[in-house]
Write a protein that binds this ligand. Structure first.
Ligand SMILES: [Fe+2]
Length: 607
């Protein structure tokens, strides 16, 4: 029988993406930014969709359905009502979720059809249903509570519900303009970072600060209820009407204007970051407790941009109330493309869902393009690059030895990751034991702020010997403490340091991946989903006794993660990485023709 192909699409807001299912199985998924090299590209994902179709060897006429991740009419209604000054509508506590799945016929059909050269049916899901579907359907759970939290979709800004078998039902929603995502973004803007991409920096900055503003936030900015629902005091925010997130009243309340982007970070920004992080965690904890109480279930699935807050996720896992947690790796809007496609398969077509015990359906999130050894060699030859082509085991041996020698390695292998994290296929790797690695990587390789922490990739089998982590973290979405036996105590003098001065104090035997509060954003590496990356770390462990590598995404700041060998080579020739591995080809910077150097870091605007 002919297979059923469904293409899911998210677009026109931020982080456009496409995802293809064949008989319910994820064949390919990609974010448009990786193909167009425009960070957070929100245009219709033509390139990503083309890539998906090409991977399956099909054309647009082979698609049974195209799904779109939100409902443009509802979103339009919110924007219109906001503009006319009649929003917020209704009350602000958790509301019953609105009517579920429906078809929508409107102008967007035409746009989607013509962009894809497709003539079939287009179906629409609600934004938070798409998030919820992306959280539950690929999860390793037969049944689970679902929590979605983001900036805003059509009206909803957070929701919770239940997934069972092939069924999914949202029960309650929190509505615009009361939004945890937008509260966090307001502080992101106020601390001088870019909204929609700088939230990660605020989270990274938080441990340097004190929660000095928490009382003010609760007193003035937010009315938080026991069940996790809340009302934001719109007097202080400007995102309903203006171009900025906050206004003069916000500045007056917090004792001064926003930080000018790129200016020096002060203790104030660190304290603001810590404060909004504390509030964010409290809200997530309360929402989770409510979802737990109302569903009586033991598993929780998370998605929506706020689910990328891995510090909050780590707390949720450690402090309950759920026993198990699964977070969609593409938790932001890109993941909506996957969610809507799965809604069509399971809900619209009523197809069953089978769960493999203990395994999710994301295949490690390695769902993007890959390149054959011959394609890679042909590209490098055309560039006049100098390289060695090595057997796999020999390559791993060599790279592990160089890593142990504190060399920084650009590592490009297999299929590109779907979602914001590099998980060992488009990564820059280093030795976590090195006390200078964090600084060198930030300043000479990534060209970004020195405070930003790096994440460890650890062999799954060794994870619990190094981190206090209950379960796995294949998608680098959980923060866990480094175990006590690997920590290093601070001297009295070091303890007295404040803010960013704490940065240079090594906290553990793997200082490059240990944040100042002894936490680490862990990726557990599994032999079944990424055997080659697993083998490389195993080699490093055999040489050093350490089953951990520094893993940061292969890009410089403001640039999307590299997608092709060409992107990787350009990035390599434009920064201070000493070694590049593309497939089984190894390149040393010192051996490259200096004429190939790329003046690279100035091509991207600061973020
Ligand atoms: Fe969203």
């Amino acid at each position: 029988m002919k297979p059923t192909y469904i293409l899911g699409v998210s677009a026109f807001y931020h982080d456009s993406a496409a995802c293809l299912l064949r008989d319910g199985v994820i064949v390919a998924a990609g974010q448009e930014e990786r193909f167009t090299r425009k960070k957070g590209d929100s245009d219709f994902p033509r390139h990503a969709a083309q890539y998906c179709l090409k991977t399956a060897g099909i054309g647009p006429s082979d698609l049974a359905y195209v799904g779109f991740y939100d409902k443009p009419l509802l979103k339009f209604e919110r924007i219109l009502e906001t503009y006319l000054g009649v929003a917020p509508r209704g009350f602000s506590q958790f509301r019953l979720a609105g009517p579920a799945w429906m078809k929508e016929k409107l102008f967007q059909d035409r746009e989607i059809r013509s962009a894809l050269n497709y003539e079939g049916e287009v179906l629409y899901a609600e934004h938070h249903e798409s998030h919820a579907a992306s959280a539950f359907f690929p999860s390793p759970f037969e049944e689970a509570a679902i929590l979605t939290v983001d900036g805003v979709g059509e009206w909803a800004t957070a929701s919770f519900g239940v997934g069972r078998g092939n069924n999914l039902e949202l029960r309650k929603e929190l509505h615009w303009p009361d939004s945890l995502g937008l509260l966090y973004s307001a502080f992101t803007y106020f601390t001088g970072f870019k909204v929609n991409s700088g939230e990660y920096k605020v989270m990274g900055l938080a441990p340097y600060g004190e929660p000095k503003y928490v009382d003010i936030i609760y007193r003035e900015l937010i009315d938080l209820r026991e069940d996790g629902s809340f009302t934001l005091n719109q007097k202080y925010f400007n995102y309903l009407t203006g171009l900025t997130m906050t206004d003069g009243a916000f500045s007056a309340l917090l004792g001064g204007p926003p930080r000018v982007p790129e200016s020096k970070l002060t203790q104030r920004e660190m304290d603001l970051a810590r404060s909004v992080q504390v509030v964010c965690e409290e809200i997530i904890m309360r929402m989770a407790k409510t979802a737990h109480r109302e569903t009586g279930l033991e598993n929780l699935c998370l998605a929506g941009g706020v689910a990328l807050n891995c510090v909050a996720n780590g707390r949720l896992l450690r402090e309950g109330p759920f026993k198990r947690l699964w977070i969609q790796p593409a938790a932001g809007d890109a993941g909506g493309a996957l969610g809507v496609a799965q809604l069509i398969w399971h809900r619209h077509l009523g197809r069953p869902r089978t769960v493999q015990t203990g395994k999710d359906a994301m295949r490690g999130a390695y769902l993007g393009p890959e390149f054959s050894a011959d394609e890679i060699a042909a590209y490098l030859d055309a560039q006049g690059a100098s390289y060695e082509r090595l057997e796999r085991h020999c390559l791993h041996e060599r790279v592990a030895r160089l890593l142990a020698d504190e060399k920084i390695v650009g590592w490009f292998d297999g299929r590109m990751e779907f979602g914001p994290r590099a998980l060992g296929n488009r990564s820059i790797l280093g030795d976590p034991r090195s006390p200078t690695m964090q600084k060198v990587l930030n300043l000479k390789v990534k060209y970004r702020e020195s405070f930003r922490p790096f994440a460890p990739s650890v062999l799954h089998e060794d994870a619990q010997r190094w981190f206090d982590l209950d379960g796995t973290s294949p998608y680098m979405l959980l923060v866990a403490p480094v175990r006590a036996e690997h920590r290093r105590d601070m001297t009295a003098e070091e303890r007295a340091l404040f803010g960013i001065d704490k940065l240079n104090v090594p906290r553990s035997t793997i200082p490059a991946v240990t944040h100042i509060d002894y936490s680490a954003r862990v990726q557990t590496v599994h032999a079944d989903t990424n055997p080659r990356f697993h083998a490389l770390i195993s080699c490093f462990k055999a040489k050093t006794g350490c089953p951990v590598l520094v893993n940061t995404s292969f890009n410089v700041r403001s640039e999307p993660i590299v997608c092709t060998p060409e992107d990787a080579f350009r990035c390599f020739m434009g920064n201070e990485i000493e070694l590049l591995v593309v497939g089984n080809c190894m390149l040393r910077k010192a051996e490259q023709n200096p004429a190939l150097k790329v003046d690279y870091k100035d091509e991207f605007e600061p973020d």
